[in-house]
Design a protein around this ligand. Structure first.
Ligand code: GTP
Length: 353
């Protein structure tokens, strides 16, 4: 499982925690992913870490509390997706033809992992990729397949893509193929390894499916993913509470007349004041929403304080920031950790940091 990225698109949240450790529906993204792997019968996972490597082992330990055997391999410099896979080769068990499942660590997906492995084994492929269909593929590289499901090309972003299928961030490698990736330098599987396999006429298969799929890489997707887990649209056995309209973690204090809904999460020790509304938003542990404030589709960092009557819609607030009364922020605005917006400083903001 690749969990070493910088998570730049989720800044400033990723300034204090790596993206895979950010809590989505109450537990780290990685906890949901590990639960999916375990529920599919996987028993041992190697976490390929780089950025903020230490926090993974602190949280997950040897994995026994999560029903898995976990190991950690840390890169001294980030090696990219392919380099990270190559870097853990020595820790993988099994024979040269055995399947190894690789997960990008920021994906929520209902993929049937065993079905992906079966497709890979039946086709005797070098690599088999989970592919998902997106409505507008122009923002992605696309992966066309032929009638037998064999990948024909890896195309970079183009204004006129020939297919809606994109790489969904989960692949099965034949164990021996990992040994062919270059050692000790950054390698991208998408840009280098996969195209090189095709160029050498090595069989690369696609496994398109239409189950739930979401890349949590942007603030809007992060909020969406959290909501989908809370409301049960995306099923996860790591959800720390029953499926419902909201998830309020133990130790949170919510005023009786506050409205919490739309799949919102209220973190441990968080507080929501009288008459406040939290709609589809994610409040990290210790966040405070004062009386009469409205927080919609936003992520509020640890111990941040949203003042009385403040309106936030589609905003990311870093850990410990304070937004005093009379502020109104919308549409992609980001507030840095520890920043203080004094009373009435901002009435409207879009895509500002
Ligand atoms: P952005 O900077 O916002 O694009 O996020 P990111 O750094 O996570 O990059 P991206 O979403 O493309 O990464 C896909 C997956 O690969 C994520 O799970 C990352 O954690 C992981 N990843 C990316 N680069 C590296 C790396 O150099 N080493 C390791 N171990 N994992 C990586």
């Amino acid at each position: 499982m690749l969990v070493g990225g910088q998570g730049t698109r989720l800044r400033p949240l990723t300034m204090s925690a790596p993206k895979p450790m950010l809590p989505v529906a109450g537990v780290p993204v990685t906890a949901h992913m590990l639960a999916r792997a375990r529920d599919a019968g996987i028993e041992r996972v190697v976490l390929a870490t780089s950025y903020r490597a230490e926090v993974f082992e602190e949280y997950f330990g040897d994995g026994s509390a999560h029903g898995l055997e976990l190991e950690y391999v840390t890169e001294t410099e980030p090696l990219g997706t392919g380099g990270a896979i190559r870097n853990v080769a020595g820790r993988l068990r099994g024979g040269p033809d055995d399947p190894v499942v690789i997960f990008n660590g920021d994906i929520l997906s209902g993929l049937d992992i065993q079905a992906l492995i079966r497709r890979h084994t039946a086709a005797d492929a070098a690599v088999t990729l989970h592919l998902t269909e997106v409505p507008d593929p122009r923002a992605f590289g696309v992966v066309p397949v032929d009638a037998d499901g064999r990948v024909t090309e890896f195309l970079e972003k183009t204004p006129d893509p020939p297919t809606n299928l994109i790489n969904a961030g989960c692949y099965v490698f034949r164990r021996s193929v990992i040994d062919t990736i270059a050692v000790g330098r950054p390698v991208s599987v998408e840009r280098e390894t996969f195209p090189a396999l095709l160029a050498a006429s090595t069989p690369v298969m696609g496994y398109p499916d239409s189950t739930y799929w979401l890349d949590l890489g942007t603030p809007a997707a992060f909020v969406q993913g959290s909501r989908d887990l809370v409301t049960g649209r995306m099923v996860s056995s790591a959800l720390p509470g029953p499926v419902g309209d909201c998830l309020v973690l133990a130790g949170a204090a919510v005023a009786a007349d506050a409205k919490i809904g739309g799949g919102a999460t209220v973190g441990a020790r968080a507080r929501v004041g009288a008459g406040a509304a939290v709609d589809g938003a994610v409040l990290f542990d210790g966040a405070v929403v004062e009386a009469g404030a409205t927080v919609r589709d936003s992520v509020i960092g640890r111990d941040a304080v949203i003042g009385p009557g403040v309106l936030l819609d589609g905003v990311v607030v870093g850990d410990g920031a304070v937004i005093e009364r009379g502020n109104e922020l919308r549409a992609g605005a980001r507030v840095f950790p520890g920043a203080v917006l004094t009373a009435g400083a901002v009435r409207f903001s879009s895509d500002r940091t």
